[in-house]
Design a protein around this ligand. Structure first.
Ligand SMILES: Cc1cc2nc3c(=O)[nH]c(=O)nc-3n(C[C@H](O)[C@H](O)[C@H](O)COP(=O)(O)OP(=O)(O)OC[C@H]3O[C@@H](n4cnc5c(N)ncnc54)[C@H](O)[C@@H]3O)c2cc1C
Length: 354
C-alpha cells in the first residue's frame, strides 16, 4: 500500500515514525532537509535553545524507516497523484500534514515584521537581536507564541518588551485564570501588556493603533494568527474557514487523511486545537488506521484531547518557569518542575528522530 505523506513536520514525521518500517510504502514530500520543532522557537529566539535541540535531519530518519524523501513542495492533488514542483507521486492513500502559515490579515506593513512561525524566520529574528541589540521590542499577538517569546526576551536581554493584544486579555483562547496568572508572571519580568489595542499599521520605527496613537519600537514581531498553508488553500476539498474539513476518522475523502494544523476537526461537539499535542496524537492515530487498512481491519474513530473549550497546554515563561493548563484549571506551581517537564517533552520529540 503506497502512502504519500505531504509535510514532514510534527504530524507527518510522527506518523511515519510510528508506522514504518512495516507493510506501508511511504513517500514523504517535504521541501526541507530536516524535521523542526516549533515549540522551541521562542527559546531559540531568546538564545536558550540550540539548533540541534529543535531540528533533526530527515535523511537518516528516512533511511531507517525505508521512506522515500521527495525534497520538493507539493503543488496539488490530481486523482491519486500528488503533483510536486519537479516530480509526481502516485498513492493509494495520502496524508496531508502541511501545517499552517502566518496570517497578516492584510494589515499595512505587517509583512515587514519578524515572525517566529518558521525556523528560517526565527533565525532571522535571532540574528537581529544579536546584531542590533534592540532596546524596544513590540510583540503583536498574545497567544502561546507571543507570551512565550515575550517572557524569554524579557529574561535574556535588557530591552523594553511590549505585548499588544486586540482582545481585552492576553491568551484569549484560554481561561481567565490562565490569562491572569500568565499576565502576573510577565509583569514580574517587566513586560508591558497592552490589551484592547488594535494594530492598524506597522511603520519602519513605530506601530500605529486604531485609536490614532502610536508607539516607537526598533523591533516588531508578529505572532497574531495563522492561516492554511498555500497547498491547503489551493486544494479543492471540502473546507471550513479555509481549513480542510475531515470526518471522525480524519479523512477529507476515502483515501485522503488530513492531520495537524491544516485540518478542521470537529468530533462529538468538540473542535481540536491547532497544537503540537493534537498533531502528534492525530499522527499516531492515523498511523494505526493506515495499518488497519493494510490488514483489512475497520478504521477507528478519533477522540480529541485538546479542544477549544478544554485547552491542554504547557506554557513556558522564560528559563525555569512554565505553567500547565488543563481546561479551566491553570497550575502555576511549582513553575520550575513544570518548565522541566515541558522542556523534556519538546526536546525528546526531536531526539526520537535522531
Ligand atoms: C512558535 C511556536 C510555538 C509553539 N509552541 C507550541 C507548544 O508549546 N505546544 C504545542 O502543543 N504546540 C505548539 N505550537 C504549535 C505546533 O507547533 C503546531 O500545532 C504543530 O507543529 C502542527 O503540526 P503540523 O504537522 O500540522 O505542521 P508543522 O509541524 O508546521 O509541519 C508542516 C510541514 O509541512 C511542510 N509543508 C508546507 N507546505 C508544504 C507543501 N506544499 N509541500 C510539502 N510540504 C509542505 C512544512 O515545510 C512543514 O515541515 C507552536 C507553534 C509555534 C509557531
Amino acid at each position: 500500500m503506497r502512502v504519500a505523506v505531504i509535510g514532514g513536520g510534527v504530524g507527518g514525521a510522527e506518523l511515519i515514525r510510528v508506522a514504518a518500517p512495516g507493510p506501508l510504502e511511504f513517500t514523504l514530500i517535504e521541501p526541507k532537509r530536516q524535521i523542526e520543532m516549533q515549540a522551541l522557537y521562542p527559546e531559540y529566539l531568546g538564545g536558550v535553545a540550540r539548533l540541534q535541540d529543535l531540528a533533526a535531519p530527515l535523511k537518516p530518519f528516512c533511511e531507517r524507516t525505508g521512506t522515500k524523501h521527495i525534497q520538493e513542495k507539493a503543488l496539488r492533488l490530481e486523482g491519486n497523484t500528488v503533483v510536486c514542483e519537479q516530480s509526481t507521486v502516485e498513492f493509494d492513500y495520502c496524508v496531508i500534514a502541511t501545517g499552517a502559515a502566518q496570517n497578516y490579515f492584510g494589515i499595512k506593513g505587517v509583512e515587514n515584521t519578524f515572525s517566529i512561525n518558521t525556523l528560517e524566520e526565527t533565525k532571522r529574528a535571532r540574528r537581529f537581536v544579536e546584531d542590533m541589540n534592540p532596546e524596544r521590542i513590540m510583540i503583536m499577538g498574545s497567544g502561546l507564541t507571543g507570551v512565550e517569546a515575550a517572557a524569554i526576551l524579557a529574561e535574556s536581554m535588557d530591552a523594553s518588551i511590549y505585548v499588544v493584544e486586540a482582545k481585552d486579555r492576553i491568551l484569549p483562547p484560554f481561561s481567565l485564570q490562565t490569562s491572569q496568572l500568565v499576565e502576573k508572571e510577565l509583569s514580574k519580568r517587566g513586560v508591558n501588556i497592552l490589551t484592547s489595542t488594535m494594530v492598524t499599521e506597522v511603520k519602519k520605527d513605530c506601530i500605529m493603533f486604531a485609536d490614532g496613537s502610536c508607539l516607537d519600537c526598533d523591533m516588531a514581531i508578529w505572532t497574531a494568527g495563522v492561516k492554511p498553508s498555500q497547498f491547503v488553500a489551493d486544494l479543492d476539498l471540502p473546507k471550513k474557514n479555509g481549513w480542510i474539513l475531515v470526518d471522525d476518522y480524519l479523512r477529507a475523502k476515502d483515501n485522503v487523511f488530513v492531520i495537524g494544523d491544516g485540518a478542521w476537526i470537529e468530533i462529538d461537539g468538540k473542535l481540536a486545537t491547532k497544537t503540537g499535542l493534537e498533531a502528534e496524537r492525530q499522527a499516531k492515530h492515523t498511523a494505526q488506521n493506515l495499518l488497519h487498512l493494510a490488514e483489512d481491519k475497520p478504521l477507528e474513530k478519533y477522540a480529541i484531547r485538546a479542544s477549544t473549550d478544554n485547552q491542554v497546554a504547557l506554557i513556558s515563561l522564560g528559563c525555569d518557569c512554565a505553567v500547565g493548563v488543563v481546561g479551566k484549571v491553570c497550575i502555576g506551581v511549582p513553575t520550575r518542575l513544570i518548565y522541566s517537564v515541558k522542556s523534556w517533552i519538546d526536546k525528546s520529540f526531536i531526539k526520537r528522530f535522531k
